[in-house]
Design a protein around this ligand. Structure first.
Ligand code: HEC
Ligand code: HEC
Length: 218
């Protein structure tokens, strides 16, 4: 009997010890593990999470909590994408945390200016950036479009504790797709449905303008 109690006590002690070792995995350990585990992501999301293809979002410098939430959403089916839904099934929660910590530590890269842009295209772009900047900062009170700045920050840096994503320097085409998906309800993986409520009130022109502004934020 005594032996049995001793054995149980020892097991508890040992398992307690193991979980402690696990908890002590430092941030750097996670970043390094995340780098290894993200080897399969490079082909689309680029070296260090800076993708060069506009439909593949940049992951560099994104808030870790947001990244984990999205990977969980792809895995549980509440956010759907033919590629990501399949890939996320193979990730454990621990993998997701490691990968998210790795990407959060990378620096996001901006787009070089297009050397072939005509003076007229440049002027049109500047108009869109100005219109989008106004909506980003002030929203539209009359039509109840919330100001993006309140949640995504003055520089598009997001809000880490709240899990609101950083938007700055994200690809314009991806931003337009994300906002269009929120508007149509195709993407709505949070209970509060915050972005659907906002995007449903935005016009296509506003989506285009605000995406032009955000893509130039740093
Ligand atoms: C074959 C291309 C491809 C590969 C490989 C890939 N992704 Fe993706 N990923 C995408 C696409 C496309 C989207 C955008 C989905 C959408 O439009 O909703 C995306 C979106 C994401 C998002 C959401 C980003 C955001 O801003 O909301 C995360 C997080 C993500 N991928 C992580 C990963 C990780 C981690 C891996 C490696 C295990 C990976 N991806 C591999 C194509 C890919
Ligand atoms: C009340 C807070 C709040 C406001 C205001 C807000 N957002 Fe968001 N936004 C969020 C949250 C939360 C998410 C993540 C949603 C999810 O997990 O699906 C998000 C996600 C996004 C995404 C997707 C990012 C990605 O990487 O896929 C875009 C783009 C976006 N918001 C743009 C905007 C724009 C433009 C505005 C202003 C017109 C705005 N948001 C206003 C909270 C907000």
């Amino acid at each position: 009997m005594q032996k049995k109690i001793l054995a149980i006590a020892l097991t508890v002690l040992l398992s307690g010890g193991v979980s402690q070792v696990h908890a002590e995995m430092t941030h750097i350990d996670r970043v390094n593990a995340g780098k290894q585990k993200s080897a399969n992501c490079v082909s689309c999301h680029g070296e260090h999470g800076n993708s060069s293809t506009a439909m593949f979002p940049k992951l560099a410098q994104q808030n870790a909590g947001y990244l984990v939430n999205q990977l969980k959403a792809f895995k549980n089916g509440s956010r759907k994408d033919p590629i990501m839904s399949t890939l996320a099934i193979g990730l454990t929660e621990n993998d997701m945390v490691d990968i998210a910590n790795y990407y959060a530590e990378q620096k996001i890269a901006g787009e070089p200016a297009d050397p072939n842009e005509s003076a007229q295209e440049r002027a049109e772009h500047e108009t869109l950036v100005a219109q989008g900047g106004d909506l980003y900062r002030n929203g539209d009170l009359k039509r109840e479009v919330s100001a993006c700045i309140a949640c995504h920050g003055p520089h598009g840096e997001g809000n880490q504790p709240a899990g609101f994503p950083a938007l700055r320097w994200q690809h314009k085409a991806y931003l337009i797709k994300a906002l269009t998906d929120f508007k149509s309800g195709k993407r709505s993986n949070t209970n509060e449905n915050m972005m659907h409520m906002i995007a449903v009130k935005m016009t296509e022109d506003e989506i285009k303008a605000v995406a032009n502004r955000i893509a130039t934020m740093k």
